[in-house]
Structures are given as structure tokens and as C-alpha cells.
Design a protein around this ligand. Structure first.
Ligand SMILES: NC(=O)c1ccc[n+]([C@@H]2O[C@H](COP(=O)([O-])OP(=O)(O)OC[C@H]3O[C@@H](n4cnc5c(N)ncnc54)[C@H](OP(=O)(O)O)[C@@H]3O)[C@@H](O)[C@H]2O)c1
Length: 258
């Protein structure tokens, strides 16, 4: 299919994981994809693989925590971007609040809130000038439900969800749609290191499995494409139903659920 033909899509954090899957999927839908991230070798490899498969891809290296001037220069290099996916994140890991060092707090806020804020500030006016655009923020189910050890990460993701609502209101009247995807635990490269923890979560998921990066990418294609032409400010969970259930198991027979 060619649902994203003649569009340029910038996917932050596309050197690995969900971002890489989104870039690959967008390219098969006809978009020219701009791959970015700090790991140059991986970024070049993603771009090469897409190009070898007949797609269009360019790798532009960037550290998105380098400040406003650097982000504006990066946005200028990216050119006319029709679709922005704010996917890059600092993945804090399970950390009790009192044990979280200040530099980790700063890195999480800088990568997960300040960077998408400044990048959107740089690119949205250009989308607005062309009268069309789509922004997809990659949030998390952690923004929607509490989990011990996840306070900092969850707070940053909740901020991104809040930015979606505010930007939908701010940019929607200018032809730019802004939406969020909230993935549940997803089977990316780093997930192998916490497999036992993920297996405990999976036991409570209606689908009884992790999300795959390509399932998150399929949702991103939909939200970025004209098929979602009247969807603004939405949050789409891709979590096998995890956020709709509790982990308490079945009600005892003969008793009503509380
Ligand atoms: N995996 C899950 O279970 C899950 C669940 C819910 C939500 N999410 C969300 O999905 C998104 C992708 O996560 P993932 O699991 O795919 O992890 P990942 O493979 O580690 O991807 C994170 C990406 O962010 C980039 N990045 C981090 N800091 C950066 C910086 N300062 N400048 C530029 N790029 C930076 C990394 O690129 P470089 O290292 O090359 O810079 C990498 O490509 C995140 O927003 C995450 O919060 C993931």
C-alpha cells in the first residue's frame, strides 16, 4: 500500500526498537523516512536496509538533548517534514523515587519532554505554512496506570500525553493532527534483559503476549495517514488490552465484582 506516498516522515529514535519498526513500515507505505538517533552505525544500517528494499531513507544524526539551537539546526536539515513521530525516549528503568539520581531526572525530562517540545516547536510552523501535517507522539501505558518504580518515566510520558491534547487544540485549526500511541510492554531488543518481569505482566494481558514493534508501527501508519483524517488528540493503546483490565484475577464465584 502507499498510504504515505509523497510525504516526508521524521521518526526520532529510529536507530532501534519501535522507532526503527515505524521507519521501516512508513517506508513500505511510500514515505521518505528520515532516520535519527545518536548511534550513527545503526542509523546508517536502518537507512541502508530500507533503501535496499526499494524505499527512500536518509539518516541524520542528532542528540535531541543538545538544546534549542541544535534542534532548530536539525529541523532545518530535515527540510519539509509532513509527519513527525516523537518516539525517542530516555528509558529510566525501574527506580524507586528516593533512589533516582538527579542526573537521571534531568536526562529523562530533557529527552522525553523538552526534546519533543522543541522539535515540535521547530517543525509545526512549517507544517502550518503548508496547511497540513501529522504528529504522532509515542507515549506509554505507564502514563495511564501506576506502577512501582516507574514514577519518573510515567510522569514524562504523561507530559507527552498532555502535550498531545494541547497541541491538538493549538495546531488542529491549522491542518495539523496530533495523536498519541500508548504501547504496552513491547518486544524490542532491550526487552530480553527483563524477560521474567515481562512474563509476569503478560500473564495479566488479555492477549497473553507482548506487543510487537510492527503492531505499534501499524497504528502509527494509521494515525499518520489520511485514514485518520478526523482523529485529533486521541490516545490509542497498543497493549493487548492491558490498560482495560485489573491484575486481581477472577471474582470468587457467587460474589459480585466490586
Ligand atoms: N518497549 C516498550 O515496552 C515500550 C512501551 C511503551 C512505550 N515505549 C516507548 O516507545 C519509544 C521507543 O522505545 P523502545 O522501547 O523502542 O526503546 P529503544 O530501542 O531504546 O529506542 C529509543 C530510541 O531513542 C533514541 N534516543 C534516546 N535518547 C536520545 C537522544 N538524546 N537523542 C536522540 N535520540 C535518542 C535512541 O537512539 P540512540 O541511542 O541512537 O540515540 C533509540 O533509537 C519510547 O518513547 C518509549 O518510551 C516503549
Amino acid at each position: 500500500m502507499s498510504r504515505l506516498a509523497h510525504r516526508t516522515a521524521l521518526i526520532t529514535g529510529s536507530t532501534s526498537g519501535i522507532g526503527r519498526a515505524i521507519a521501516e513500515r512508513f517506508a513500505t507505505e511510500g514515505a521518505h523516512v528520515i532516520i535519527t538517533g545518536r548511534r550513527e552505525e545503526l542509523g546508517q544500517e536502518v537507512a541502508r536496509k530500507i533503501t535496499a528494499a526499494g524505499g527512500q531513507a536518509t539518516y541524520l544524526p542528532a542528540d535531541l538533548t543538545a538544546g534549542r539551537a541544535a534542534i532548530e539546526a536539525f529541523a532545518t536539515r530535515a527540510g519539509d517534514v509532513d509527519i513527525l513521530v516523537n518516539n525517542a525516549a530516555y528509558l529510566v528503568g525501574g527506580r524507586p523515587t528516593p533512589d533516582t539520581p538527579e542526573d537521571v531526572v534531568d536526562a529523562a525530562l530533557a529527552t522525553n519532554i523538552k526534546a519533543p517540545y522543541l522539535l515540535t516547536a521547530a517543525l509545526a510552523p512549517r507544517m502550518q505554512a503548508r496547511g497540513a501535517g501529522a504528529i504522532v507522539n509515542i507515549g506509554s501505558i505507564n502514563a495511564l496506570t501506576g506502577m512501582p518504580g516507574s514514577a519518573l518515566y510515567s510522569a514524562t510520558k504523561a507530559a507527552l500525553h498532555a502535550l498531545t491534547a494541547a497541541w491538538a487544540a493549538e495546531f488542529g485549526p491549522h491542518g495539523i493532527r496530533v495523536n498519541t500511541i500508548a504501547p504496552g510492554p513491547t518486544d524490542v531488543e532491550w526487552a530480553t534483559s527483563i524477560r521474567p518481569h515481562l512474563e509476569r505482566i503478560v500473564a495479566t494481558v488479555p492477549s497473553r503476549r507482548l506487543s510487537s514493534p510492527s503492531e505499534v508501527a501499524a497504528a502509527a501508519v494509521f494515525l499518520a495517514s489520511d485514514e485518520a483524517s478526523h482523529i485529533h488528540g486521541a490516545t490509542l493503546p497498543v497493549d493487548g488490552g492491558l490498560t482495560t483490565v485489573t491484575a486481581h484475577g477472577q471474582s470468587p464465584s457467587g460474589h459480585q465484582a466490586a
